[in-house]
Ligand binder design. Structure first.
Ligand code: TXA
Ligand code: MG
Length: 310
């Protein structure tokens, strides 16, 4: 495994590896992805192996622009408005799989739907264009651990299980994309992210089911234990108990603060790197996290914290 800058040379090398069936970790605006050619079943199988991911958990396919979606999915009514409003960007759309799609069945775990996303990161788009293949890419971490927002996190988690890591520094958003299922009658959020339910509802002018709606469909991935640091995590804490680190939000003193000014987007961008940093020092017996307002991207932050705490 080697780590190289996501410049023209690095991207050309990464594209060769991907076209030969290898695995490349690359930056997106959300988290680093572990990419493989989505049309190559053997390469896709390597993703599941490298992550230790159960094969029933489907992968997101990354494409360079909205026009490419119709090559792989049956695009429903709401697609055009959503793609226009949010792509490129941190919204993944789950749609019906196109029957004659070139994408490997493994990607959708044998199911009838396919998740597509156009990432909003120049290096990712350059890589998609250079490779000229759709790229299946889950977060570039071992299954069950925290998603990587820096190249160093990928290297520490996957080591030699990945052929090349493209480094473009820290990810701007820092939380995985919102996953929205538009394959059925009612659009449903399967995983909250920085594109909110309110923003989506405003664009499509229709009811959107939330991830916590008991009747809404569920994503296989969200059923699994996830995003877990190795130290126990206590959420909605007003202060640290003996031995705990305090991960703050707002002006109060803390071991680390997600955002001293109480900015939710800054908190989202810092969340995974700060959880890792506190988890990695040998100084603490647990991590206590301040309450995060449950609005805007705070909904997604609280979703990740609840999973990490359980
Ligand atoms: O921001 C992101 O989405 C990042 C970057 C790399 O794009 N990717 C990512 O992938 O977070 P992953 O595999 O860690 O999470 C994908 C989630 C999982 O919960 C999976 O179950 C769900 O999306 N998913 C993928 N395809 C699906 C499908 N066809 N139907 C329902 N859920 C699907
Ligand atoms: Mg993941």
């Amino acid at each position: 495994m080697s780590v190289v800058p996501a410049d023209a040379e690095g991207i050309a090398r990464a594209a060769r590896i991907l076209r030969d069936g290898g695995l490349v970790a690359f930056p997106t605006e959300t988290v680093y992805g572990l990419g493989a050619d989505a049309t190559n079943g053997k390469a896709v199988a390597r993703i599941f192996e490298a992550k230790g991911r159960p094969s029933f958990n489907p992968l997101i396919v990354h494409i360079p622009d909205a026009a490419a979606a119709a090559d792989f999915a049956v695009v429903p009514d709401h697609f055009a408005a959503l793609a226009k409003a949010f792509w490129p960007g941190p919204l993944t759309l789950v749609m019906g799989r196109k029957p004659a799609s070139a994408v490997s069945d493994l990607v959708s775990a044998g199911g009838a739907t396919l998740a597509l996303r156009v990432p909003d990161a120049p290096a990712a788009i350059a890589l998609l264009r250079a490779t000229a293949r759709p790229l299946a890419a889950p977060s570039a971490n071992r299954s069950g651990s925290i998603s990587p927002t820096r190249a160093e996190h990928v290297a520490a988690s996957l080591q030699d299980r990945v052929d090349l890591i493209l480094d473009a520094g820290p990810c701007r958003v820092g939380l995985e994309s919102t996953v929205l299922d538009i394959s059925g009658a009612t659009p449903a959020i399967l995983r909250p992210g920085s594109v909110t339910r309110e923003q989506i509802a405003a664009v499509i002018g229709a009811v959107v089911a939330g991830a916590d709606d008991p009747n809404a469909p569920k994503s296989p991935g969200t059923q699994l234990s996830h995003y877990a640091p190795s130290l126990p995590l206590r959420i909605n804490a007003s202060e640290a108990r003996a031995g705990e680190a305090f991960l703050g939000f707002g002006p109060d003193s803390a071991t680390l603060s997600l955002s001293a000014t109480g900015d939710l987007r800054e908190a989202a961008a810092n969340l995974f790197a700060m959880l890792r940093a506190l988890d990695d020092t040998q100084r603490f017996t647990g991590i206590a996290v301040a309450p995060i307002p449950d609005r805007d991207v705070g909904v997604a932050i609280n979703d990740r914290l609840r999973r990490a705490a359980r």
